[in-house]
Write a protein that binds this ligand. Structure first.
Ligand SMILES: Nc1ncnc2c1ncn2[C@@H]1O[C@H](COP(=O)(O)OP(=O)(O)OP(=O)(O)O)[C@@H](O)[C@H]1O
Ligand SMILES: [Mg+2]
Length: 249
């Protein structure tokens, strides 16, 4: 079942006299529990698409359905509620609050939604452990490395177990070992919690952990590769790089 789908999504940015057509008709459907990678050259519209999917910005035309609601027509207030209940975000710049500890940053979405934190202690400990962050829980963001801050941002997105997790370059600041750990965590999270994950990445190695890679080019879906669970990592990588090369020609 599709938890998220778009129909003919367009997004134009107006800059004075100039119009930038960032998305030119994107139709994409993502199932529950599916891990989707979005790739494409710089400026192809990846972040724009992710922002629209999460209801952070409005499309110029086209529809976005999230958890059975058409979010492209909701008021700001309604969109905020649908988003808070259903979507987790991990961004390129992860927006941690500097005065809060790692643990407090992770729990913040629950606090905002008025949840009883006692019910989440186990989930918190589990996520901190899986991310190798147990002994960093009382650190403030400026006492953490870039990679650790990124893991806090991921933990904050996972703690509410949202139906949809949106991630923009989640491995951007990580070394290759931590990057692999993060991909395995996302993969497991999709399976365990039946969570849809949409991840923008430039890294073919990261994309090779997904179920499907969607390639954007000039604001349109230019190609798509699906993997089966038996496909080996090197074969996946090869398929992704061959497609990238073909699209660059
Ligand atoms: N707020 C904005 N106002 C005007 N133009 C914008 C705005 N945001 C993005 N754009 C333009 O829209 C196009 C798509 O941008 P987007 O950020 O979606 O690209 P991207 O694929 O995420 O690139 P990157 O890989 O560099 O992050 C680009 O040409 C960009 O310059
Ligand atoms: Mg981007």
């Amino acid at each position: 079942m599709a938890v998220l789908y778009t129909q003919d999504l367009h997004k134009q940015y107006v800059l004075g006299q100039h119009i930038v057509k960032a998305l030119k008709g994107v139709s994409l459907s993502v199932s529950q529990g599916e891990f989707v990678g979005i790739m494409g050259p710089s400026g192809s519209g990846k972040s724009t698409l992710l922002h629209l999917l999460g209801g952070l910005d409005q499309p110029t035309s086209g529809d976005i359905h999230l958890a059975d609601r058409n979010i492209s027509t909701l008021s700001d207030h309604q969109a905020t509620l649908v988003r808070r209940r259903n979507v987790g975000f991990v961004f390129q710049f992860f927006n941690l609050l500097p005065t809060l500890s790692a643990e407090e940053n992770i729990l913040l979405p629950l606090i905002i939604d008025g949840k009883n934190l006692k019910n989440y202690q186990e989930a918190l400990n589990d996520i901190l452990k899986k991310l190798g962050m147990e002994n960093r829980r009382h650190h403030k963001p400026d006492q953490l490395s870039g990679g650790e801050q990124q893991r806090v941002a991921l933990a904050r997105a996972l703690i509410t177990q949202p139906a949809v997790l949106l991630a923009d370059e989640p491995t951007g600041n990580l070394d290759s070992r931590s990057g692999t750990d993060m991909m395995l965590l996302l993969q497991r999270s999709a399976r365990q919690f039946n969570q849809a994950i949409i991840m923008v990445t430039h890294d073919p190695k990261a994309a090779a952990y997904t179920d499907r890679v969607v390639f954007l080019k000039d604001g349109l879906i230019a190609d798509e590769i699906s993997f089966s669970a038996d496909d080996k990592q090197p074969d996946r990588l090869h398929g992704i790089m061959a497609t990238q090369e073909r699209l660059e020609r």
